[in-house]
Design a protein around this ligand. Structure first.
Ligand code: BES
Ligand code: MN
Ligand code: ZN
Length: 495
């Protein structure tokens, strides 16, 4: 967000300038609040001419009538406002942002027939913040009609329970900041964001009261993380493992653990990828970005939970020192892996991170996120992440959190028949299972490193980057996973 946005809530909004947005509904397209800023009484006619009926997500931008208190008046439809979900209120907020343009002051008036709840207002504010995000720090020339240039926007939501809104918004601000952090990291190019720089970004979370340890190559060698280290051999930039702990719960409570794939760039290594589209592989740390963003959110909203975040940070490059197909590495768990394809590197990073996580923290549940396979995009496209789990209750909880946040997940099978596909002639397993069921065999690989812990793997290759534009995101990076897992924690592991 190069735009700085200040959000506040007020019982009475004194309007003398800027843009006023009034919520309308099917029952009342132009609310009494809207009429109050239009003494000449021209709004109803203007709305009619614009074809505005109050249906949800419709907007009408109206040049302020001569005697209006504001510079500009706009209407947003909420359809039947009592029926809007939290996510739909976020979308209304996102729509509101599209009307802002060059305005520096926005006042949002809520209809009085059905005043939205304080939660709904807070969700609207969150949607507005998320929609306003843009990654433009490398654009040296701003175009004339650029609405997202660096400037300040003040937003006031008018609501009878202003202090209630403010309180509800506190946790949403934490979510907005966590999502922004994740998006920034995914959008950032790999020349700027190597493993060391990424680890430094994790270290910054100490400012929020998170303990952060950064393991160096030497320390990982001592831990015998040969699978993770093998991926890093071809890069001149050394690997890192970042371990973040947020202790917001009771000291006796076992932690919830999140593990992220942080391949800062994935060329494929010796099994090199085709040139077309390879630039997207700067986003191959989307799992790690979601974990950092989530930890930020949990700490910023002082979540009553003990949470661990672990991210494996490497660069996958071809080089004279790089690992080869046919190489055999010994993972931290002791299990050996035959490298068939050096482009199946994410699972090699994750397996050692998963082992480390369980050995050290004995978590109550462990969830890993990774831009792991192109195959998951073939299966599910960009609207669901692939979910694999050894635990029905955990998968159920994740699906629910996915519906609530609209960061959706779809469960795919694990089965011994798929597991057999990664048996190796020379080692305990191979790192690929052939052309069929690519996402499933990748998940089976990870499962071999999970020991008696309720676990879920989210394959976010289709959802973390290259994201379709929505009402709450216009950026290449979506920040997928932050809201999903924040909701999972909130609904299942707090208090
Ligand atoms: N990072 C890629 C997966 C990916 C592809 C993420 C496209 C986002 C967009 C991963 O490391 C990879 O290369 N996977 C291979 C596995 C194969 C070699 C078994 C793939 O999906 O082709
Ligand atoms: Mn790869
Ligand atoms: Zn990868």
């Amino acid at each position: 967000m190069s735009m700085s946005i200040e959000i506040s809530f007020s019982k009475t909004a004194k309007i003398s300038e800027g843009l006023v947005i009034a919520l309308g509904s099917l029952a009342e397209p132009v609310s009494a609040a809207a009429r109050s800023v239009d003494p000449a009484g021209q709004l109803d006619k203007a709305a009619k001419v614009a074809g505005f009926t109050g249906k949800s997500f419709a907007t009408a931008d109206i040049i302020a009538p001569v005697e209006a208190a504001a510079d500009r008046i706009a209407l947003i439809g909420t359809g039947e406002p009592d029926k809007l979900s939290a996510h739909e209120w976020m979308r209304v907020g996102g729509k509101a942002f599209t009307l802002v343009r060059k305005t520096e002051k926005l006042t949002v008036l809520l209809g009085e027939a059905a005043v939205p709840s304080v939660e709904a207002v807070a969700d609207m504010a969150l949607g507005l913040l998320m929609r306003s995000y843009s990654f433009d720090s490398y654009k040296t020339k701003k175009s004339e009609d650029d609405d997202t240039g660096p400037r300040k926007l003040t937003v006031v939501f008018q609501h009878p329970d202003a202090s209630g809104c403010k309180k509800a918004f506190t946790s949403r601000q934490a979510v907005a900041d966590g999502v922004k952090l994740a998006r920034d990291l995914v959008n950032e190019p790999a020349n700027v964001l190597g493993p060391v720089e990424f680890a430094a970004r994790a270290k910054e979370l100490e400012g929020l009261g998170i303990d952060v340890e950064i393991l160096t190559e030497k320390e990982m060698k001592k831990l015998k993380m040969e699978a993770l280290l093998g991926v890093s051999l071809g890069s001149v930039r050394p690997p890192r493992l970042a371990v973040m702990s947020w202790n917001g719960g009771k000291s006796k409570d076992k932690p919830v653990a999140f593990v992220g794939k942080g391949v800062v760039f994935d060329t494929g290594g010796i099994s090199i990828k085709p040139a077309a589209g390879m630039e997207d592989m700067k986003g191959d740390m989307g799992g790690a970005a979601a974990v950092i963003g989530l930890m930020h959110t949990l700490a910023a909203r002082k979540a009553k939970v003990n949470a661990i975040g672990i991210i494996g940070l490497v660069e996958n490059m071809p080089d004279g020192a790089a690992q080869r197909p046919g190489d055999i590495v010994r993972s931290m768990s002791g299990q050996t892996i035959e490298i068939i394809n050096t482009d199946a590197e994410g699972r090699l990073v994750l397996c050692d991170a998963l082992t480390y996580c369980q050995d050290r923290f004995k978590p109550e549940v462990m969830i890993n996120l990774a831009t792991l396979t192109g195959a998951v995009m073939v299966a599910l496209g960009q609207h669901h992440a692939g979910m694999f789990s050894n635990d029905d209750a955990l998968s159920e909880a994740l699906s629910k959190a996915g519906e609530a946040t609209q960061e959706r997940v779809w469960r795919l099978p694990l089965d011994p028949a798929y597991d057999k596909m990664i048996d190796s002639k020379f080692a305990d397993m191979k790192n690929t299972g052939g052309r069929y069921a690519g996402s499933i065999t990748a998940a089976q690989f990870l499962k071999r490193f999970v020991v008696d812990t309720p676990w879920a793997h989210l394959d976010i290759a289709g959802t973390a980057m290259g994201s379709p534009a929505t009402d709450i995101n216009q950026s290449w990076a979506s920040g997928f996973g932050v809201r999903l897992l924040d909701e999972l924690v909130r609904a299942n592991y707090e208090g």
